[in-house]
Design a binder for this molecule. Structure first.
Ligand code: FPP
Ligand code: MG
Length: 295
């Protein structure tokens, strides 16, 4: 990971703009899940840290844009760039980071460059689906999972496939692992938005629903409620929520085991991913750590 950080620092240095250095110093770099995944799959290749650094820059760019779209004031426990410096700066900083990442990506083999580049189109499509779905209360599980695949899983899947291509490993197997890791990671993230407190999250709890996002526990809850409770839930969608209403949602979720149902799906996806890479302890342990995060 030291080499990954070194590559990221070099690329930022080459952008050669103090404003960019200053803004990036203020940010929290996060878990670097995608970089760790690439290093674990392609540890024998000396270009793996550069590939990992490229993917992390793309991911950071997508989060800068996402916070503008979601009007989020915090990211990873610190103020977001749109909150401190405005949306124009946040969008352009994102543009600078992902175009820099792309100019480095072209130095890789065509199939590797193509899989990463295509995943950025897919994640942008997923973000647009997310915005569209949030316009109304969505109770369609398939639509939700489709959006999740594009928005979160495609870059993780592409990272795994690109790393496998770099060292000549089975792309089917690692692709399945990356896809399911991405899906179950996001489902657990959605669960934590409901079950964690504000200080652990670094943002207000149940913020997804306030932003209009009906994540899996809300979809499952809706399916199980009677007609009048369905109406009450829909009436609370995409509005700031009172303590009383948030307690009501949590109580109903507990009664109907909505969070448990979502967790069960995350668990099944993780299990399938573990089976695909059972001979690789490091990859299995990434999944185990992620599942533990949800307790
Ligand atoms: C976070 O979702 C958002 C993403 C994982 C993807 C965002 C993608 C784009 C904005 C497309 C543009 C891409 C580039 C490279 C510029 P979330 O809002 O559910 O999660 P959060 O709680 O972390 O904000
Ligand atoms: Mg967001």
């Amino acid at each position: 990971m030291e080499r990954v950080e070194h590559e990221i620092a070099r690329m930022i240095q080459e952008i050669d703009y103090d404003e960019v250095n200053h803004l990036l110093e203020m940010l929290n770099s996060g878990k670097r899940l995608r970089a760790k995944l690439i290093l674990k799959i392609a540890s024998s290749d000396e270009r793996a840290p550069l590939l990992a650094a490229i993917v992390e820059l793309i991911h950071s760019a997508s989060l800068l844009h996402d916070d503008v779209i979601d009007e989020s004031n915090t990211r990873r426990g610190v103020a977001s760039v749109n909150a401190t410096d405005g949306s124009k700066i946040a969008v352009m900083l994102g543009d600078i980071l992902y175009s820099k990442a792309f100019s480095e990506l072209v130095s890789f083999d065509r199939d590797i460059a193509k899989v990463i580049a295509s995943s950025v189109t897919a994640l942008s499509k997923g973000e647009m689906q997310d915005v569209k779905l949030a316009e109304e209360f969505n109770s369609d599980e398939d639509k939700y999972l489709d959006m999740l695949y594009f928005k979160t899983a495609t870059l993780i899947e592409a990272s795994a496939i690109a790393a496998a291509l770099l060292v000549g490993k089975d792309i089917q197997k690692y692709g399945l692992y990356g896809r399911n890791l991405g899906l179950s990671f996001q489902i657990i993230d959605d669960i934590l938005d409901i079950t964690s407190d504000d200080s652990t999250l670094g943002k207000p709890s149940m913020n997804d629903f306030v932003e209009g996002k009906c994540t899996l526990p809300y979809i499952y809850l809706y399916q199980d409620l009677n007609d009048s409770d369905k109406k009450r839930l829909v009436s609370l969608h995409a509005k700031s929520i009172t303590k009383e209403d948030s307690l009501w949602i949590k109580e109903k979720m507990e009664e109907n085991e909505s969070v448990e149902r979502a967790f069960k799906l995350a668990h099944e996806l993780s299990h399938e991913a573990m089976e695909a890479v059972q001979d690789d302890d490091a990859l299995v342990s990434i999944l185990e750590t992620m599942i533990k995060r949800s307790y």
